[in-house]
Design a protein around this ligand. Structure first.
Ligand SMILES: Nc1ncnc2c1ncn2[C@@H]1O[C@H](COP(=O)(O)OP(=O)(O)OP(=O)(O)O)[C@@H](O)[C@H]1O
Length: 355
């Protein structure tokens, strides 16, 4: 199969010895929306810059549509990059800013005008075409940056925290626009962000990184329901992590571990020794389902926010765990601090991982 983008064991060690990225493997299909997500300094931007060609790679290979472009200069790669600060020329007009990439390619005037007009129209920027970029709002600048990236018709659009400078409201609006645009154009997007909701809401697949290493590459839902590493389990969503000792294999593809709270079954591989339980997988009260895990405790606090009830339960050993339930449920309505509760969990919603 021919991938649009392929990273094979890509690594970057900066001249001062900092290892920013190691052994990054990724295959991206045409038209996929992939997000790189991780805390500050984990190597997201370095990886994006290596794909764009602004940073030399020190290990591995990068292929675009099967062609090895590892050492091709940026202007000869079929990529466009959009920066967080948009990098617009403030005293150039919107039209000149957008045409910039085509000027670099020495496109002839009539064709250039046609392409710029079309993209101005697409982004609702026609009325601002002759205004200088410094006289526009943040949202308008963001659109120009996108238009400038897309006018050159790249195979892959690389976006480095492109919404970071926008306020929360505008950010939500542009997120929606971006998703629709990407779907319409069918262009591959690689998007860097440290905002979880953005990565999970926009992309087909998320690459979670920490310390220069890929922790997991999965569809957003799977990151919530089946975290693969302790880092992902802590970083994504709200999980309770219980450490134990590896146990036996059970029927039905389940695995068991021994924990201070008794044996716990879950979905995992042999040798797993940690249970990960999403906050919304706990039930208040048992339902006697097969293999149901039961934890006894008392309610430490309760908060109802919109449709979600956040209940903090203190177990007998003093550990507090977070439970999310429907705010309208009888349990969420009636429980108050100090009440005794039993929490039930089905093994199918527990993931067992290796620490
Ligand atoms: N030019 C450089 N020389 C040396 N080290 C660098 C250089 N640029 C980045 N680094 C280091 O490489 C690591 C990865 O940085 P990078 O900017 O890729 O992270 P990031 O995940 O994009 O972070 P952020 O979200 O803060 O932008 C960090 O430890 C950073 O300090």
């Amino acid at each position: 199969m021919l991938y649009d983008l392929e990273l094979q064991s890509v690594g970057k060690t900066y001249p001062d010895g900092t290892v920013a990225v190691s052994d990054f493997d990724l295959k991206v299909e045409k038209g996929e929306f992939v997000a790189f997500l991780g805390p500050s300094g984990c190597g997201k931007s370095t990886t994006l810059r290596m794909i764009a060609g602004f940073e030399e790679i020190t290990n591995g290979e990068i292929l675009i549509m099967g062609k090895n472009i590892s050492h091709t200069p940026p202007e000869r790669r079929p990529t466009s990059m959009i920066f967080q600060n948009y990098a617009l020329f403030p005293h150039m007009t919107v039209r000149q800013n957008i045409a910039f990439g085509l000027d670099v390619k020495k496109m002839e005037t009539a064709e250039k005008k046609r392409k710029v007009d079309r993209i101005l129209d697409m982004f609702d920027l026609t009325e601002f075409a002759d205004r200088t970029a410094d006289r526009l709002s943040g949202g308008q600048r963001q659109r120009i940056a996108l238009a400038r990236g897309l006018v050159v018709e790249p195979e892959i659009l690389l976006l480095d925290e492109p919404l970071g400078a926008l306020d929360a409201n505008l950010r939500r609006i542009i997120q929606n626009e971006l998703k629709l645009l990407q779907r319409d154009l069918g262009i591959t997007f690689v998007f860097v962000t440290h905002a979880q909701s953005e990565a999970l809401g926009l992309s087909d697949r998320v690459v979670v990184m920490s310390n220069g290493v890929v922790e997991q590459i999965s569809a957003p839902k799977e990151l919530y329901t089946r975290p693969a590493t302790p880092f992902v389990a802590e970083f994504i969503g709200s999980n309770t992590i219980i450490e134990g000792k590896s146990g036996k294999m059970l029927d039905g593809g389940l695995q068991q571990i021994e924990t201070p709270y008794g044996p716990m079954a879950g979905v995992g591989t042999a040798g797993a020794d940690m249970a990960v339980i999403p906050a919304e997988s706990f039930r208040i009260g048992l339902r006697e389902t097969p293999g149901e895990i039961a934890l006894e405790g008392t309610v430490a606090s309760k908060k109802l926010v919109g449709s979600i009830g956040y209940i903090r339960v203190k177990l007998s050993d003093g550990r507090e765990i977070d439970v999310e339930t429907h705010a309208g449920s009888p349990e969420a309505q009636s429980l108050s601090a100090g009440a005794s509760v039993t929490l039930g969990v089905d093994p199918s919603s527990v993931t067992l991982i290796h620490h």
